[in-house]
Design a protein. Structure first.
Length: 80
C-alpha cells in the first residue's frame, strides 16, 4: 500500500514539474515576434511627438525619439 501511494505522489510530482516547465509544445509557441512588426506613421502628431502604428499588431505608440519603436508594444499593458 505504501508503495502505491509513493508511486502516485511521484507521478503527480512529475506532472507538476512538467507543467511548471511549460512543456515542449508551449516553449515552441512562445517565440518573440519582434521582426514581424511593421511600424508606420499614422499622420497624427502632438507637438514633436509623432504617432506610429504597428501594422502587424495594430498597436499605436508615440515614442519620444520621433522614430519608429524598436520593440513591439503589443506585449506591454495598455495605459488607463
Ligand atoms: Zn507589433
Amino acid at each position: 500500500m505504501a508503495i502505491t501511494i509513493t508511486a502516485i505522489i511521484l507521478v503527480l510530482y512529475a506532472v507538476w514539474a512538467w507543467r511548471r516547465k511549460g512543456g515542449p509544445s508551449d516553449a515552441r509557441a512562445k517565440k518573440p515576434a519582434k521582426k514581424a512588426c511593421k511600424w508606420e506613421t499614422t499622420g497624427h502628431s502632438k507637438g514633436r511627438f509623432v504617432e506610429f502604428r504597428c501594422a502587424t499588431c495594430g498597436v499605436s505608440a508615440m515614442p519620444h525619439t520621433g522614430k519608429a519603436p524598436v520593440d513591439c508594444k503589443s506585449t506591454l499593458s495598455r495605459p488607463n
